[in-house]
Design a protein around this ligand. Structure first.
Ligand code: PMP
Length: 399
């Protein structure tokens, strides 16, 4: 057997492509926010995490351009060595203040942030306790810990099942260091973590909490301060993690927490130390986005109005829509091929959504993931609903 045999035998995507149903890696040629140019046409984007619509905001774009003029296009090194700019530090201070923590630390992607925080924190005879539906970047981070310290180090509990969490954590030695890691908002279902109960369990069993708030920051809580704030539990979450690829209109990520913890991670995290820092344009875009988020809270209100309008509308049409309080609106289709067919017909009708199949969701829960922006107007949302009705009827998913 040759190493590449599995690659040569991998044909599933070719089959779906041959049927004209392949929904992935579709290029965007121009981006106007709620509308994009794809396939030579204008298409309504109902599948972006650009929740506050800031990636195309002229002020954010201008800030990124000015940063390139001042600092160049890249930092050419790690934060540890030559890659720290004054604006990296400024952004860390502002983020720490935004989420109410002592200090913050930037990483070059959100994915790297999770790995970069978990790996240095978990040592010998310590435990990381992770929700089974956590984002892949958390999973990968915990697998590195497992590789370093053995299989006992990683304990997983059923999705958002606090009884199960208590059951598994109560079996671990009370005195051992423990980190419970969870998404604040689960990215595919839009579910919000049961944080009050999780905090109670963490405090009872001597565990620290790390909350991945990629989809909560800029969306939930007062002024978009996130999931912990939504529950009034800001000071109970030990480490808040965020990404800049959603509400913050850029790319990169951060963690925030107590200063000694951030300092420790800063000096022990391979993902930070051995990777080049966020580019000037990325940092400047986040700084400007954060300024706008603070100054224009009405964007968050509009975002929720938009998502709720479509959620209600789709339910009324008879679709199986998962409940939620976030801009993520999942429509369960329940079958790979049907999901791809629905996706294709919507695309042909000028609406882009994301087709999500296993392993991103369990078998039988294949879904179309819609997500909204503050900059969608009613006219865009009405078209999304109209096209869903049309395609749903064509595919006999609704009457
Ligand atoms: N955590 C969660 C919950 C996410 O949804 C994502 C991205 N989809 C990440 C982390 C990784 O962030 P990024 O894509 O910005 O690297």
């Amino acid at each position: 057997m040759d190493l590449f045999d599995k690659c040569y035998a991998f044909k599933r995507h070719e089959e779906v492509k041959a049927m004209g149903l392949y929904p992935y890696f579709q290029p965007i040629y121009e981006n106007y926010g709620p509308v994009v140019k794809m396939d030579g046409r204008e298409i309504i984007m109902a599948g972006s995490n650009n929740y506050l619509g800031l990636t195309t905001d002229p002020r954010v774009k201008e800030a990124a351009i000015e940063a390139i003029k001042k600092y160049g296009t890249g930092c050419s090194g790690s934060r540890y060595l030559n890659g720290t700019l004054d604006i990296h530090i400024k952004l860390e201070e502002q983020l720490a203040d935004f989420v109410g923590k002592e200090a913050a630390l930037l990483f070059s992607t959100g994915f790297q942030t999770n790995q970069g925080a978990i790996v240095p924190l978990i040592g010998k005879d310590e435990y990381v306790i992770s929700d089974k539906d956590n984002h892949a970047s958390i999973v990968q981070g915990t697998l590195i810990s497992k590789g370093l310290w053995g299989s006992d180090v990683l304990v997983r509990y059923r999705h958002n099942d606090m009884k199960h969490l208590e059951e598994v954590i109560s079996k671990l030695p009370l005195e051992a260091g423990k980190l419970i890691v969870t998404d604040g908002v689960f990215s595919m279902s839009g579910n919000i973590v049961n944080l009050p109960e999780l905090v109670r369990i963490a405090r009872t069993y001597n565990a620290r909490i790390m909350l991945d708030d990629a989809h909560g920051l800029g969306v939930l809580g007062k002024g978009g301060k996130g999931t912990a704030n939504h529950f009034g539990l800001d000071d109970q979450v030990d480490i808040i993690m965020g990404t800049f690829s959603k509400s913050f209109a850029s790319l990169g990520g951060f963690i925030a927490g107590e200063k000694p913890v951030i300092d420790y991670i800063k000096h022990h995290s391979p993902a930070l130390i051995f990777s080049a820092s966020m580019t000037p344009a990325q940092v400047a875009a986040v700084l400007k986005a954060l300024e706008i988020i603070k100054a224009e809270p009405e964007r968050i209100e509009r975002l929720h109005y938009n998502a709720n309008k479509v959620r209600r509308g789709l339910k009324k049409l008879g679709f199986n829509v998962l409940d939620g309080q976030t801009p993520i609106v999942p429509v369960v289709i329940g079958d790979d091929l049907l999901t791809f067919k629905f996706w294709r017909k919507l695309f042909d009708n000028g609406v882009f959504v994301n087709a999500v199949i296993s392993p991103a969701v369990p078998q039988g829960m294949q879904l179309l993931r819609l997500s909204f922006m503050a900059t969608h107007e009613d006219k865009h949302l009405d078209i999304v609903l109209e096209k869903f009705e049309k395609v749903g009827k064509e595919l006999a998913l609704i009457d």
